[in-house]
Design a protein around this ligand. Structure first.
Ligand code: GDP
Ligand code: MN
Length: 380
């Protein structure tokens, strides 16, 4: 789950990482009031779940409340790479002498957390990595040993930060960022820029924060930060029902059990000349209610014509899925053609259950390829 800048900063602040004081606003009037409270010059920042806001006109300095109101008016409603701005963060403006970059993420190859630090901050890290790779200092942290302050010193020297006062502050921030990363079960904590003010104070001016979805059950406070309005309504409904659903562009509704199988199903649909309408994963359970929920979500998309069920049953049983399909058809008014391919546990029983009931819109196919072909024909 990605967090907004202001949410990431709130977590930074809990771990003692210095940030600037700010307020959230959803209207220009609120932005004005926030600027009044903060006093002096402020910066008005679009809150969207994407980076590069500065370049897209989503970060603007304002001289005072009136200007903040005007700047918020310009930024609210702006479309930044498909993300419409509905909230702005009003923050006390900082004077910037230097812009550094600091992040921690996973290096999956090394099976360790990886810190990256460079004095060439402010711009996209990919650009630094490409144009000046030597400027990017890296430090792996062994999960068993944990983080040791001497390692941070090595990172800071490697990045070429030689001012003792900066070194001291960054050493402290690196340690706190490690705690923040581990304790929130984050997958990425990025500070770009990490600024040094003309007075020599180091502070996080931006935050990019991703928390592991699978760990959210441990962090109800972070889970509550999820902004449901940032997701399309179908995806919201799916999430509430525990179904993994992503809307796509095509006409063939897809439902499978297991992300890998669903991905291959999308490929096979494309292979036979069709376009998938969605990605929908029933997961390992596949009980009748799960099937009903998923079918309701998929069939609510007006673009969907046929629906393809691709089930490879391991833990799931095909007879249970078959009953789920029949239950869904009896409870709802789904008239879409439904193509079913069953394989694995109780596939035969599943097919028999469907054959006995024989709803007119149901088509059973023996293989994934045949099922995909049939679905694409029905989509035409
Ligand atoms: P991003 O473009 O989405 O990464 O947004 P950032 O929060 O990183 O802001 C982009 C740029 O705006 C920063 O690199 C700074 O140069 C500038 N900026 C942001 N906040 C301030 C501020 O308080 N004062 C000044 N002078 N510049 C700022
Ligand atoms: Mn940034």
């Amino acid at each position: 789950m990605d967090l907004y800048e202001y949410q990431g900063k709130e977590l930074f602040s809990r771990f003692g990482i210095p940030i600037s004081e700010g307020r959230l606003a959803t209207t220009s009037a609120e932005a004005r009031a926030a600027a009044e409270e903060l006093g002096g010059q402020v910066v008005v920042k679009a809150q969207v779940l994407t980076g590069g806001r500065g370049k897209a006109g989503g970060v603007k300095l304002a001289d005072g409340p009136e200007d903040a109101e005007a700047k918020a008016g310009e930024i609210l409603g702006l479309d930044i790479r498909g993300h419409v701005v509905r909230k702005v963060w009003i923050e006390r403006a900082s004077e910037i002498a230097k812009e550094y970059y600091l992040s921690i993420t996973f290096d999956r190859g090394a099976k360790k957390a990886l810190f990256m630090l460079t004095t060439e901050g402010g711009i996209e890290i990919e650009e630094v990595a490409e144009s000046n790779p030597d400027a990017l200092a890296r430090l792996h942290v062994d999960p068993l040993e944990g983080f040791q302050p001497y390692q941070a010193r090595r990172l800071i020297y490697a990045a070429g930060i030689d001012d003792p006062d900066e070194q001291k502050q960054i050493l402290d921030i690196v340690g706190k960022l490690y705690d923040c990363f581990v304790e929130t079960d984050a997958m990425l904590c990025e500070v770009n820029p990490l600024i040094v003010t003309p007075e020599g104070e180091v502070r996080a001016l931006d935050s990019k924060f991703t928390v592991d979805d699978n760990a959210l059950y441990k962090h109800s406070d972070i889970a509550e930060m999820r902004d449901l309005e940032a997701y399309p309504p179908e995806e919201r409904a799916a999430r509430e029902k525990g179904v993994t659903y992503v809307k796509l562009e095509g006409e063939v509704g897809i439902l499978g059990n297991g992300a890998g199988l669903v991905m291959s199903t999308l490929d096979v649909i494309a292979l036979v000349g069709g376009r998938p309408a969605n990605f929908c994963d029933l997961g390992g359970g596949g009980d009748a209610q799960g099937v009903v929920d998923a079918l309701e979500i998929i069939s609510a998309d007006p673009q969907v014509r046929p629906i393809l069920f691709n089930i490879f049953a391991g833990i799931t049983r095909c007879d249970v899925v078959a009953r789920g399909i029949l239950q869904a058809l009896s409870q709802t008014s789904i008239e879409h053609p439904i193509v079913v391919r069953f394989d694995g546990t109780n596939a035969e029983e599943g097919r028999e259950i469907l054959a006995d009931a024989a709803p007119s819109n149901l088509h059973v196919e023996a293989t994934m390829l045949d099922a995909a072909k049939r679905a694409v024909e029905l989509a035409a």
